[in-house]
Write a protein that binds this ligand. Structure first.
Ligand code: NAD
Length: 364
C-alpha cells in the first residue's frame, strides 16, 4: 500500500528522534511491501525564524494533504521571551484545531525491563498497560467566557467548562471502542458530585454503556482517579476524561512509564475499526517536549517517537501487523539491554539516539 506522511520534526530533540522514527517506518515499509512518501515541513520555533509564523500555510496544507502527520516537538528558550508576539506552541495548537483532532490517545506501558526506572515502587508499576484517552478540543481550555478583568474589589478571572452532548458522546465512543479491542474495561472520569458537566458526562457514559454490554464501565471521580493511578495503576485498561482532567492525569500517568522518552501518543478525528484506514488525518507525536537540556547531544531516547510511528501504522493506516513489528522490536532491544541515558538506571549498554534507532531497525 502507499501512504503519504507529513514529517514535522520541530525544534530541539524533535529532529533527532523523528529522524529515527522515519528510519523505522522505512524499514517496516521495506519489509512488508508498503511505500511511505515522507514530505518534510517546518513548524514551531524554526518556522518562526524562517517565515515569522509557527504554522506556515505550506505546512498546514502539507498536513491536510497527507494521510497522517508525524510530529516531533516545538519550543525552547530561544523563543520564550514574554514579549514575543508569536509562540512555537501556536504551531501545534493550530494544527490540532485545523485537523479537528478531538481524541488524544496516550498508551502507558511499564516495560518489565524498566520497572526500576519509575520513581514509584516496582510492585506498583509492574504490569501497567493502559491507555489514557483525553478529550482535546472542548471544555475549560476553549469555553467562553474566558477573560480576566479588574474591579474596585480586585482582579478577577473566568474560564468556562462547556461541553455539548455530541462532544461527550464522541469521545466516550472512542473510549468504548478502544476498550473493546483490549481488556474490555473503561474507566470514565468525571467530577459528578460537583460539576454540571460532570453529571452530564456520567449520564451519557451510562447511556452509551448499554450499547457496549461487553465492556465493563466504571465511573470514577477525578480525585480518586489521580490517587488510584499511583496506588494501583495496573487495574486500569482504558481511562477516558475531559480535556483538563485528561491533561493532568496523563502527565501523572507518564511517571509510570519510567521516562518521557518512552511514551508515544496519537491525536485523531475518528477511530477506524481495527484493520481499517482512518478517514481523517491523524497526528502522532512523542509526549515529551524539545528537551533543550539534551538537544544536539545525540543522547535523546527515540523510542517514544518510534512507538508513535507504530501508532500511526495501527490507527491511521490499519496496519496492525506492521505496528506490532515495531513494538516488538522496541521490546526486543530493551530485553537485549540497550538503553539511552534516561532509562539507564539499572545498567545495560548506554547508546546514542542513532545507535538505538539502528538496533531497532535491525530487529524490524
Ligand atoms: P521536556 O519533555 O522537553 O523535558 C523534560 C525532561 O525530560 C528533560 O529533563 C528532558 O531532558 C527529558 N526528556 C524529554 N524527552 C526526552 C527524550 N526523548 N529522551 C531523554 N530525555 C528526555 O519538557 P520541558 O523541559 O518542560 O519543555 C521543554 C520545551 O519543550 C519547552 O519549550 C516546552 O514548551 C516544549 N514542549 C513542547 C511540547 C510539544 O511540542 N508537544 C510538549 C511539552 C513541552
Amino acid at each position: 500500500m502507499k501512504f503519504t506522511i507529513a514529517v514535522l520534526p520541530g525544534d530541539g530533540v524533535g529532529p533527532e528522534v523523528i529522524g529515527e522514527a522515519v528510519k523505522a517506518l522505512e524499514a517496516v515499509g521495506h519489509k512488508h511491501g508498503h511505500a511511505f512518501e515522507m514530505r518534510h515541513g517546518r513548524i514551531g520555533g524554526n518556522a518562526i525564524d524562517e517565515f515569522g509564523t509557527a504554522l506556515p500555510p505550506e505546512t498546514l496544507a502539507l498536513a491536510k494533504g497527507s494521510d497522517a502527520v508525524l510530529f516531533g516537538a516545538v519550543g525552547g528558550p530561544k523563543w520564550d521571551s514574554p514579549n514575543a508576539t508569536v509562540r512555537p506552541e501556536d504551531g501545534i495548537l493550530g494544527i490540532r484545531k485545523e485537523l479537528g483532532l478531538f481524541a488524544n490517545i496516550r498508551p502507558v506501558k511499564a516495560y518489565p525491563q524498566l520497572v526500576n526506572a519509575s520513581p514509584l515502587k516496582p510492585n506498583v508499576v509492574k504490569g501497567v498497560d493502559m491507555i489514557i484517552l483525553r478529550e482535546l478540543t472542548g471544555g475549560l481550555y476553549f469555553g467562553k467566557p474566558k477573560r480576566r478583568w479588574t474591579t474596585s474589589r480586585g482582579r478577577r478571572g473566568v474560564d468556562t467548562m462547556l461541553y455539548t452532548e455530541k462532544e461527550i458522546a464522541r469521545i466516550l465512543r472512542v473510549g468504548f471502542d478502544l476498550a473493546r479491542g483490549r481488556r474490555k474495561k473503561l474507566a470514565s472520569v468525571d467530577k459528578f458530585n460537583v460539576l454540571a458537566t460532570g453529571r452530564l458526562w456520567r449520564e451519557i457514559a451510562t447511556e452509551l454503556g448499554r450499547e457496549y454490554p461487553d465492556v465493563e464501565l466504571e465511573h470514577i471521580l477525578v480525585d480518586n482517579a489521580a490517587m488510584q493511578l499511583v496506588r494501583n495503576p495496573a487495574r486500569f485498561d482504558v481511562m477516558v476524561a475531559e480535556n483538563t482532567f485528561g491533561d493532568i492525569l496523563s502527565d501523572e500517568a507518564a511517571v509510570l512509564g519510567g521516562s518521557m522518552g518512552m511514551l508515544p501518543s496519537a491525536s485523531l478525528s475518528d477511530l477506524p475499526s481495527a484493520g481499517k484506514r482512518a478517514k481523517g488525518v491523524g497526528l502522532y507525536e512523542p509526549i515529551h517536549g524539545t528537551a533543550p537540556d539534551i538537544a544536539g547531544k545525540g543522547i535523546a531516547n527515540p523510542m517514544a517517537a518510534i512507538l508513535s510511528a507504530a501508532m500511526m501504522l495501527r490507527y491511521s493506516f490499519g496496519l496492525d501487523r506492521e505496528a506490532a513489528a515495531i513494538e516488538a522490536a522496541v521490546e526486543g532491544v530493551l530485553a537485549e539491554g540497550y538503553r539511552t541515558q534516561d532509562i539507564a538506571g539499572d545498567g545495560g549498554q548506554v547508546v546514542s539516539t542513532s545507535k538505538m534507532g539502528e538496533v531497532i531497525v535491525g530487529r524490524i
